[in-house]
Ligand binder design. Structure first.
Ligand code: NAD
Length: 303
């Protein structure tokens, strides 16, 4: 059974490349004919790991192809997910599996609502990759991929294919909790790094502010994801800040590249969910206002 991977960005190339390299039929879904023509000139993608580059041959097509899709990996940014799924929704067969790689929360539910015929599986990843050419990706950070379906605890029958492709993975029955926890850590670190224009370690000078945000995030996590997701949040955030002191967080990287951020699905989602529950989160609200103002100053979308 073929894998279709929508989005030839960092994670899309990484996932498609590993699946195809292990002999699994894999097809990249590209944005338009121009992109497909440019891919077909080479016919391969490149994955670089520890300065070693491997070329992987695979097929590609646009959304306009009418081949049915049984297994889809949606590998675009959260803000593109609804439009992207709409472009191929009619190609998804009944019972298709759709793996959603988007960071944050909010986009997954919006996607799932558009494709009732499919099963959506959510992913939380600590792998890191960046594109270093049109169809070339640098696999910079080894990590883990947690997969789960909030509506069905049974794992899909294709996890062995991820194994075959050497894609680290772990099935979990608490994917929502994992995504919420990751979102909370992101809210405590990323916006402040953008506002202070600093690497993660720079937040050691702002730990009181981080602590205040964590207090609100803990209350939110308790309500949205249960008390076990909230336990020890500030301690973990501080440990991450120290362990990744020299790293630039993803939101700061987006801003520095002049790219849209995923704020709506991270801090924005946290604030929206708090408001819907009548939970006061003045520090998160103020942070969101400052961040949105800063994004507008930089000429970037504020959502
Ligand atoms: P990216 O911007 O590198 O790639 C997204 C790709 O999707 C782009 O090539 C874009 O052109 C394509 N795309 C968007 N809409 C499309 C459409 N309608 N049809 C076809 N292609 C379309 O993004 P990324 O870094 O791969 O991130 C994807 C998601 O994974 C994000 O939510 C990100 O936060 C998350 N994530 C990324 C990493 C990482 O290391 N890159 C790690 C963890 C999580």
């Amino acid at each position: 059974m073929s894998w279709h991977v929508l989005g030839a960005g960092s994670l899309g190339l990484l996932w498609a490349g590993r699946l195809a390299a292990s002999g699994l039929p894999t097809s990249l879904l590209l944005r338009n004919q121009a992109s497909l023509d440019s891919f077909l000139q080479a016919g391969t993608i490149a994955i670089t790991r520890q300065q070693q580059s491997t070329a992987v041959a695979l097929s590609a097509q646009t959304a306009a192809t009418d081949e049915p899709i049984r297994r889809l990996i949606l590998a675009c940014k959260a803000y593109d997910a609804e439009t992207a799924i709409a472009s191929i929704a009619q190609r998804l067969v009944d019972g298709a599996d759709v793996l959603l790689l988007q960071n944050g929360l909010g986009s997954q539910a919006a996607v799932a609502a558009q494709i009732p015929q499919a099963r959506c599986i959510l992913l939380s990843s600590t792998e890191g990759a960046f594109r270093d050419g049109s169809f070339s990706v640098n696999f910079a950070g080894a990590g883990q991929n947690w997969l789960g379906d909030p509506h069905n605890p049974a794992p899909p029958d294709w996890l062995n294919e991820l194994q075959q492709a050497g894609i680290p993975h772990q099935w979990t029955t608490s994917i929502d909790q994992r995504l919420w926890r990751k979102l909370a850590v992101n809210c405590a670190i990323n916006p402040l790094c953008v506002l202070h224009a600093c690497r993660n370690g720079g937040l050691l000078e702002h730990l009181q502010e981080v602590h205040g945000l964590c207090l609100e995030l803990v209350t939110l996590l308790e309500q949205c994801a249960g008390s076990s997701s909230a336990a020890g949040l500030f301690a973990e955030v501080e440990q991450i800040i120290r362990a990744t002191a020299s790293n630039q967080c993803s939101m700061l990287q987006d801003v520095q590249r002049g790219q849209r951020t995923e704020i709506r699905y991270l801090l924005g989602h946290a604030c929206t969910q708090a408001h819907q529950r009548g939970l006061p989160v003045p520090q998160l609200d103020a942070l969101q206002q400052r961040l949105r103002a800063q994004l507008l100053v930089l000429g970037l979308p504020d959502d």
